[in-house]
Design a protein around this ligand. Structure first.
Ligand SMILES: *Cc1c(COP(=O)(O)O)cnc(C)c1O
Length: 712
C-alpha cells in the first residue's frame, strides 16, 4: 500500500497504519483509544484524525508506545477486533443469505458523512448515507458507495457580530486524510471520460474504506481537463444550476464507468436521492450499445434499481431547465435510441414540460422506490400520483422504509458501557430486538442521571472552549462569546435546536410570543436555556436572516444569556449536542420533514424529544416517551404557528419544567429519568441502521437479486 510508505511506524504496531485508513476506527471506542493514547493533545488538535496524528507524532513517541505492555495489549485486542469485523465471513448477511453473498450492490449518493475529517456532507442526507454504509458494513451486506470528492467540502460557518453567516472553505489536504487514489493495474491513475457538451471530461477516483464498504469518490481536478472543469467537484452545493447539472453528470455517468473500469459489475443499483439518477440512464445506454431494444433496456434497469426519495414537497425536488439538459445531452439521447421529446419526457411531467425533474426520472426508471418514514411514504404517493394516474393513490408504487441512525456513531461511550453491563455483552448485535431493551429498568436511576449530567457538563465545557478561542485568539467583540454560550448554566434545563436553518424548519417558532418565552426562561429557581446551532445553505438568504434573528436575541440582555448560538454545526458538534442537552426541540412545518434523524440520535442518549408530530416522530411518539406538538390541517400558516408555539409554551410550563426540577433527596429527578429510560427503550430497537439496512436488504435488494437472476 503506497500510503503506508508515507508513514513511519514501528513494526510491532504497524497495523495502526491500516487502521487509520479504515474509518471503521471512528465508530469503535477501543480503536479510537489506540490513537488517542498515542498523543492526547495531537488527537485533540487534529480533531480526531488518525492519519494526521500518525504523520505528525514524533517517532520516539511511537517507539515508546510500541514498548509499553499496557498499550500493546490494547493494540493486539483492537487489531484483532478490526480484522474480525472487516474480514471474518460470519456476518449476518453471509449467515442468512450465503447464496447472495457474492453479489454486489452499488449505492450512489452526492453526500457521505462518515467522519468529520472528511467533510463531504452538508446535512441530514449525507449523515444518513454515512450511517447507512456503516450499518451495511456491520451486517456484511456486499455494497460499494459512489460519490464525489469535494476537495473543499462544505463550508465552515462563522457568525459576525451583527449575526451574519460567513462561509469559509478550507482546502482538504489529501495527504492528511484517510483517502487513497484509485490506480489502474499498470500503476497509473485510473481515469474514465464522459462527454460534456462538446468535449470529454476526465474523471479519476479516490478510495475511502468504511469497514467492509468501499467508497469511490470521483474527482475532476486533472491536468487533462480544461481549467473550467477542474473545479467542478471542488465544493458541495457551491455553484449554480449548471454546475450542479455537471456534478450530477459526473457522478451518474462517470460513476458507472469507474465501477466498470474497476471490473465491478453491481447486480443492484441504489440511488440515494434523485441527484445521482443519471446512472440509470447510463446503464440503459450500455445495454442499448450491446444490442438491447429500448424497452428491454428500460425493463432491465428497472428490475435492478432502488430509488430513495427524501423530499416531501415538489419545490424541494432537483430540477433543471430542459434547455440546460439539452445543452449537455443532445449527443446522448440518440445513443439510447431517443429523440429530444422522448428523452425529455422521461424527466418531465405533462403539467410542466419546461423542467426536467430528477425525482420524476428516478421514479420512472427505478423498480423499487421508497420514502423515508411511513408518513413521508403517504406524502410521496399523493405527490407523485400524477405519474400513475390509473392507480388509486394508495397503490402508487412508492414504499416507505423509515430512517434509522448508526447507534455506535451517535451513542455516548458512557451509555454504551452501561448497556453492555445491563443489556448484555452483545447488545450492539441485538440492538434491533425490543426484548433486550426491557432490561433497561435495571440501570439505577442515579446512574443514568449522573451519566447524563456528565455529558451535559462536557457539552457546555466544549461550547465555552469554542467561545474562549474565538474571543482570545480572534479578538471578536466581547458580546460575541456571550452570544456563543459563555453564560450557559450546567444546572439549567437545556433545550437544543440544532439543524439546517431554513424556513420550513421554523427555527424561530419558539420566539413567536417573546414575552411568554422570557417568562419561561427566567422562572425563579427553575431556569431554562436554549442552545441553537446550524448552518444556512450558502444561497439561502432567508435562512441566513433566521440565524441573524436568533443571534440578535442571543446578544440581548433581556434573555439573561440563556439563548446561545453555537457556530459551525457539523457531525463533531452534533455528537456532543445530541448527548448533552435535556430536550431536543424540532418544529418543522407539518408534512415537510421527510424523516429527521437528529431526534433519533438524541433519543438513544436519553434526551427527550419535543417535536411536531411529523416524520419519524409521528411513528415514535407513544404518549410517555417525549412530547408532541400536533399540527392541525385546515389552519392557515399563521394560525398553525400560533397554535404550535402556544402548545410548546404550555408543555414547558405545565409538564417539562416541573418534571425536570422535581428532584429527590439525592438530586435525581426520578420522573424525568423514567422518561429517559422510556425513550431509549421504545425508540432504540427500531430507529437504528441495523433495522433499516435489514429492511432495504430484505425488501429491496434480495427481491431485486431474485428477479435479476431469474432473468439471466
Ligand atoms: C443528524 C444530522 C443532521 C440531520 O438532522 P435533522 O434534525 O434530522 O435535520 C444534520 N446535520 C448534522 C451534522 C447531523 O449530525
Amino acid at each position: 500500500m503506497d500510503y503506508l510508505n508515507k508513514i513511519k511506524i514501528p513494526q510491532r504496531i504497524e497495523g495502526l497504519g491500516e487502521l487509520a485508513y479504515n474509518l471503521w476506527w471512528s465508530w469503535h471506542p477501543d480503536a479510537r483509544e489506540l490513537f488517542k493514547k498515542l498523543d492526547r493533545s495531537l488527537w485533540k488538535s487534529t480533531e480526531h484524525n488518525p492519519v494526521e496524528l500518525l504523520k505528525g507524532i514524533p517517532y520516539h513517541q511511537l517507539i515508546a508506545s510500541s514498548e509499553d505492555s499496557g498499550y500493546l495489549s490494547r493494540y493486539d485486542a483492537g487489531l484483532a477486533a478490526y480484522k474480525k469485523a472487516t474480514l471474518s465471513p460470519t456476518t449476518w448477511f453471509e449467515k442468512q443469505y450465503p447464496q447472495q453473498a457474492k453479489n454486489l450492490i452499488a449505492y450512489f449518493s452526492l453526500e457521505f458523512a462518515v467522519h468529520n475529517s472528511l467533510p463531504l456532507y452538508a446535512g441530514g442526507l449525507g449523515v444518513l448515507a454515512g450511517d447507512y454504509c456503516k450499518g451495511i458494513s456491520d451486517l456484511g451486506i456486499p455494497l460499494v458507495g459512489v460519490g464525489l470528492m469535494y476537495p473543499q467540502g462544505y463550508f465552515h460557518q462563522k457568525i459576525s457580530q451583527d449575526g451574519w453567516q460567513s462561509e469559509i472553505y478550507d482546502q482538504l489536504d489529501f495527504d492528511n486524510v484517510a483517502v487513497t487514489r484509485v490506480l489502474a493495474p499498470d500503476g497509473k491513475l485510473l481515469t474514465v471520460t464522459v462527454p460534456l457538451d462538446s468535449i470529454s471530461i476526465y474523471i479519476s477516483a479516490w478510495r475511502v474504506n468504511v469497514g467492509r464498504v468501499t467508497l469511490y469518490l470521483l474527482d475532476t481536478n486533472l491536468d487533462e481537463n480544461p481549467q473550467a472543469y477542474r473545479g467542478l467537484s471542488a465544493r458541495l452545493y457551491g455553484g449554480d444550476r449548471e454546475m450542479r447539472l455537471l456534478q450530477e453528470l459526473v457522478i451518474g455517468l462517470g460513476g458507472v464507468k469507474i465501477l466498470r473500469a474497476l471490473g465491478l459489475n453491481p447486480d443492484v443499483w441504489h440511488a440515494n436521492e434523485g441527484h445521482t439518477s443519471f446512472m440509470m440512464m447510463e446503464r440503459m445506454r450500455e445495454l442499448i450499445e450491446k444490442g438491447s431494444t429500448l424497452q428491454d433496456a428500460m425493463d432491465s434497469v428497472r428490475r435492478a434499481t432502488v430509488f430513495t426519495t427524501h423530499t416531501p414537497v415538489p419545490a424541494g425536488n432537483d430540477t433543471f431547465s430542459v434547455d440546460l439538459v439539452e445543452k449537455y445531452f443532445h449527443n446522448y439521447w440518440g445513443q439510447i435510441g431517443l429523440d429530444r421529446d422522448k428523452f425529455m419526457s422521461l424527466g418531465t411531467l405533462d403539467s410542466d414540460k419546461s423542467s426536467f425533474n430528477m425525482t420524476v426520472l428516478s421514479l420512472r426508471l427505478a423498480g423499487y422506490c421508497n420514502g423515508v418514514s411511513q408518513l413521508h411514504g403517504q406524502v410521496c404517493r399523493k405527490m407523485w400520483h400524477p405519474l400513475w394516474p390509473d392507480l388509486p393513490e394508495d397503490s402508487v408504487p412508492i414504499d416507505a422504509i423509515t430512517n434509522g441512525v448508526h447507534v455506535l456513531t451517535w451513542i455516548a461511550p458512557q451509555f454504551s458501557l452501561l448497556f453492555k453491563t445491563y443489556l448484555g455483552e452483545n447488545w450492539i448485535e441485538r440492538q434491533d430486538e425490543p426484548s433486550i431493551w426491557e432490561n433497561l429498568h435495571k440501570i439505577p436511576d442515579d446512574v443514568i442521571w449522573n451519566t447524563h449530567r456528565w455529558l451535559k457538563l462536557k457539552l457546555i465545557g466544549s461550547i465555552l472552549e469554542r467561545a474562549r478561542q474565538r474571543w482570545s485568539q480572534e479578538k471578536v467583540a466581547t458580546i460575541q462569546p456571550l452570544a456563543m454560550g459563555a453564560l450557559l448554566d450546567p444546572g439549567a434545563l437545556t433545550i437544543g435546536y440544532c439543524r439546517r436553518f431554513t424556513g420550513y424548519k421554523r427555527p424561530t417558532l419558539i420566539f413567536r410570543n417573546m414575552e411568554r418565552l422570557k417568562k419561561i426562561l427566567n422562572l425563579d429557581l427553575q431556569p431554562v436555556q436554549i442552545i441553537f446551532a446550524g448552518k444556512a445553505h450558502p444561497n439561502d438568504e432567508d435562512g441566513k436572516r433566521l440565524i441573524q434573528q436568533v443571534y440578535h436575541l442571543a446578544k440581548d440582555p433581556q434573555f439573561l444569556g440563556r439563548i446561545a448560538f453555537v457556530e459551525d454545526y457539523n457531525m463533531h458538534l452534533a455528537r456532543d449536542l445530541v448527548r448533552g442537552v435535556d430536550v431536543w426541540l424540532n418544529t418543522p412545518r407539518f408534512l415537510m420533514e421527510a424523516s429527521g434523524t437528529s431526534g433519533q440520535k438524541a433519543s438513544l442518549n436519553g434526551v427527550l424529544n419535543l417535536s411536531v408530530l411529523d416524520g419519524w416522530w409521528c411513528e415514535a411518539y407513544n404518549g410517555v416517551n417525549g412530547w408532541a406538538v400536533k399540527e392541525k390541517e385546515g389552519m392557515n400558516w399563521e394560525e398553525q404557528d400560533d397554535n404550535s408555539a402556544n402548545t410548546i409554551y404550555d408543555l414547558l410550563e405545565n409538564k417539562i419544567i416541573p418534571l425536570y426540577y422535581d428532584i429527590d433527596a439525592a438530586g435525581t429527578p426520578q420522573g424525568w429519568v423514567k422518561m429517559m429510560k422510556e425513550t431509549i427503550r421504545s425508540n432504540t430497537p427500531f430507529f437504528n441502521t441495523r433495522r433499516m439496512t435489514k429492511e432495504y436488504a430484505e425488501r429491496f435488494y434480495l427481491k431485486a437479486l431474485d428477479v435479476v437472476k431469474s432473468k439471466c
